[in-house]
Design a protein around this ligand. Structure first.
Ligand code: THU
Length: 138
């Protein structure tokens, strides 16, 4: 299974697939599944700006679409920033739907100044769990 460092380098590679002609801000995500596979995501922008999909959400959507159910960690690389850019609020919410609060998250422009944290730290006081009982899920 990949270390956080290896996962971060995979996220950096994924950023090279970014479709970001409007912001010119590339983001790559590497989501390590409990089965040992890594699912990639990148940001996909749109000329109707509000339709942009972040790298984190594109990784989650891809993983769920391929039947992945449990996740070990996620790395997010933003090679065009000079400081660690953390996941946006929408991505924190979507990640928290599928990743437990203890799940490791590493983000940054480079490994040397990356931040290692957890889903729970990024989204404290998470709510509405009673609506997400596993026996109700499709
Ligand atoms: N973006 C992500 O993909 N993930 C983040 O965590 C922050 C922002 C993307 C959205 C947009 O394409 C670009 O970065 C600038 O906001």
């Amino acid at each position: 299974m990949q270390s956080n460092q290896e996962l971060f380098h995979i996220a950096l590679d994924a950023a090279s697939q970014s479709y970001s002609p409007y912001s010119h801000f590339r983001v790559g995500a590497a989501l390590l599944c409990d089965d040992g596979t890594v699912v990639l995501g990148t940001n996909v922008e749109n000329r109707s700006f509000g339709l942009t999909i972040c790298a984190e959400r594109s990784a989650i959507v891809s993983a769920i679409s391929s039947g992945k159910k449990k996740f070990h960690s996620i790395a997010i690389a933003t090679p065009d920033s000079n400081y660690p850019v953390s996941p946006c609020g929408a991505c924190r919410q979507v990640l928290s739907e599928f990743l437990s609060p203890e799940t490791a998250v590493i983000f940054g422009p480079r490994l040397e100044n990356a931040v290692a944290t957890t889903i729970g730290a990024l989204l404290p006081f998470d709510a509405l769990h009673e609506l997400a009982r596993s026996d109700k899920k499709a």
